[in-house]
Design a protein around this ligand. Structure first.
Ligand SMILES: [Zn+2]
Length: 79
């Protein structure tokens, strides 16, 4: 798992904020299968950290894939 650094403002945070799992694409599903293997350590390809300021906004895009979500967040000036 990557350290908690916001995917929008790149702020490193300790307790507030959280990890959001976006809808998995076929590639994400394939990549994330590796986590079923014992001893595999890595970061799920559809999981992103958001600080306390960006978490609630980003949460609204959780039902989308990461590409769709970041695209819409850009359009809606969340980023
Ligand atoms: Zn942030």
């Amino acid at each position: 798992m990557k350290p908690p650094i916001c995917s929008i403002c790149y702020k490193r945070f300790l307790k507030d904020g959280g990890l959001i799992y976006f809808k998995q694409t076929a590639e994400d599903i394939e990549f994330n299968k590796q986590f079923e293997k014992k001893g595999f350590t890595g970061h799920p390809s559809n999981a992103f950290w958001f600080c306390e300021f960006h978490y609630s906004n980003a949460l609204k895009y959780k039902h989308l894939t990461k590409t769709e979500a970041f695209e819409l967040m850009k359009i809606n000036k969340v980023i």
